[in-house]
Design a protein around this ligand. Sequence first.
Ligand code: MN9
Length: 314
Amino acid sequence: MEEARDRAAGGRLSRLHAALMTPCDAEENISHPCLRRLVAHVRGLGIDGLYVGGSTGEGLLHSVAERIATFETVADAAGDAARIGHVGAISTRDASALARACAALGYDAVSAIPPIYFPHRKDAILGYYQDILSAAAGTPLIVYNIPAMSGVSFSLDDLGRLLELPGVAGIKQTSADMYQMEQLARAFPHKVLLNGYDEMLLAGLAMGAGGGVGSTYNILGDAYLEMAGMLAGGRPDAARAIQSRCNAVIDELVRAGVFPGLKYILHRMGVIATPVCRRPLATLAPATCAALDRIADRLAAAQSAAGDGKETRG
Ligand code: MN9
């Protein structure tokens, strides 16, 4: 029965989800009008999955009330896109409150990093996920495995124990360990396996991920969709050419700082009103990075040409 439930959840969750940014105004308050515009932009790229309030969404820098308000706006703006709400927090109480909010809003799934800062024993971490599951009241959970940022590294056995908890639908695997990706795909074929590093999406899909969650899908979602289509259609070389084009953009983002860089590009493209990130994340002042300006201008031109094409054809 659990397996049938996994399969049903997998249908909507095994896809490419944008790790949605959370736009701010000049005072670092969340801008809900810009958030709506960003959702429309990402949907316009063809992306039909949204991962809300994760690392990219700066969720851990927001209060619980702000995180719930963000879930509400996205629930309202997302149309028929699949929605995953990131509820991970340093305290189980906050994570549970966020999970209850997502469940009440009809999110397709909740997702959570392990509890950070305090070095917990593995059974305490398991307990944290169990508590989130009870708060989520039937909404499936995607474990967010991101050892480089959480400081928690899970062995294959640890991940297996988490995947066996009733209600855990899968894993967002943000790790360069492609061996572990394949091991997970092989041991848990009915679970949702989402690739976390965009620069390795092609490798992740080739090693068994059924989809991905990515920050750079906010600007390159159409390219990643095309890439996944090429791989599925038996054209790995064409897929790799697209991954390489995306990685040239990611190289510049990494140089500038990925989240500030993405907001900078979206601001220059006219999608969001400011490039502001919540401190201590950095903000890049407009027109201070020639490489990102060129990327933004190229994307804006290509996407407006694609939009015009659609209008002419439609
Ligand atoms: O959610 C993102 N993970 C982190 C996924 O930011 C930690 C990725 O999309 C990366 O931002 C991206 C660039 O390294 O792969």
